[in-house]
Design a protein around this ligand. Sequence first.
Ligand SMILES: Cc1ncc(C[n+]2csc(CCOP(=O)(O)OP(=O)(O)O)c2C)c(N)n1
Ligand SMILES: [Mg+2]
Length: 381
Amino acid sequence: MTVDSTAARKSRRSGGKRAVAKKATGEPELVQLLTPEGERVEHPDYSIDLSPEELRGLYRDMVLTRRFDGEATTLQRQGELGLWASLLGQEAAQIGSGRATRDDDYVFPTYREHGVAWCRGVDPTNLLGMFRGVNHGGWDPNENNFHLYTIVIGSQALHATGYAMGVAKDGADSAVIAYFGDGASSQGDVAEAFTFAAVYNAPVVFFCQNNQWAISEPTEKQTRVPLYQRAQGYGFPGVRVDGNDVLAVLAVTKAALDRARTGEGPMLIEAFTYRMGAHTTSDDPTRYRRDEERELWEAKDPILRLRAHLEREGLADEAFFAGLETESDALAKRVRDTVRAMPDPDHMAMFEHTYADGHALVDEERAQFAAYQASFAEETN
Ligand SMILES: Cc1ncc(C[n+]2csc(CCOP(=O)(O)OP(=O)(O)O)c2C)c(N)n1
Ligand SMILES: [Mg+2]
């Protein structure tokens, strides 16, 4: 894979300023390398050259991620999970950016980054324990340099910036990427992270998935300017990429990470995408948005777009698509079987790890809870 990062160099020369080409609609232009019809187009600042095998790999990643995600939603409906936050529609934003990271880079996700987790090599079944309520995380963050899911909106932007400042102090040439949403962009934590990252020239990429909604709040309620333009005020470049175009996301994120790695500091990427499903399984989007909006975005589906490209260029045959279907079914079955077999945790374990050295109040609560549990045993005797 070769990626050209002229855009990053250009934005450096211009002090982070980028001429914003306006479309007839008045919307700022976004970086696109694949049209919704699957046609390959060029961009003056970003280019990418992938082998047919690499293109099929990205397609496979997106298909398997969507299947895993759909299975998790179903498991929640069947009562096997307490909650699920679907990534439906955001596969290209996540696979493109996830595949742009290097093994030694460090990733700070929100709670929706199942596609990025997949790219980092986290077993998808490990993502489900927290949503089933049997653990508080489910994977070792340092095994794949993929931090635990963070639900406190925007806080991971600060963790990522602090981590990146540490990377720079160590003299390492790895980069850090922080994921957050359009809603999170309004959080103080994100503003503080931008300031610190800029001032300390931290090797961190801020990856904002603008999926148009923060639960029931539309992006218009978060900002009066396109989100990527916020970066300019902090003194680093920002770019808007078509978040449903896996090639463009890959090219832009790779360039931003390389830029961070070579000491050029932070960058903000706004991946313009759409949350096609509900915010979580607890949400009902029909209460606040119209079906027509979703239909508009379905025409830009990231998976159909790459499939159209593979087909029109003759880069994948029926056997490939059929094989992937079989692989998807096998993954779905493994996910179902693994979740149903997850053991319930020992209830007393919730009192562990609250304090490193224990605490009198925790000891008291543990004793009370043990007595409460024992009262059930007496009742059944
Ligand atoms: C500090 C904080 N405030 C509020 C919430 C409740 N909350 C959970 S998700 C969410 C919306 C986030 O929207 P966005 O950042 O756009 O991410 P998305 O869910 O769309 O991926 C809110 C307000 C929270 N988890 N943390
Ligand atoms: Mg959002």
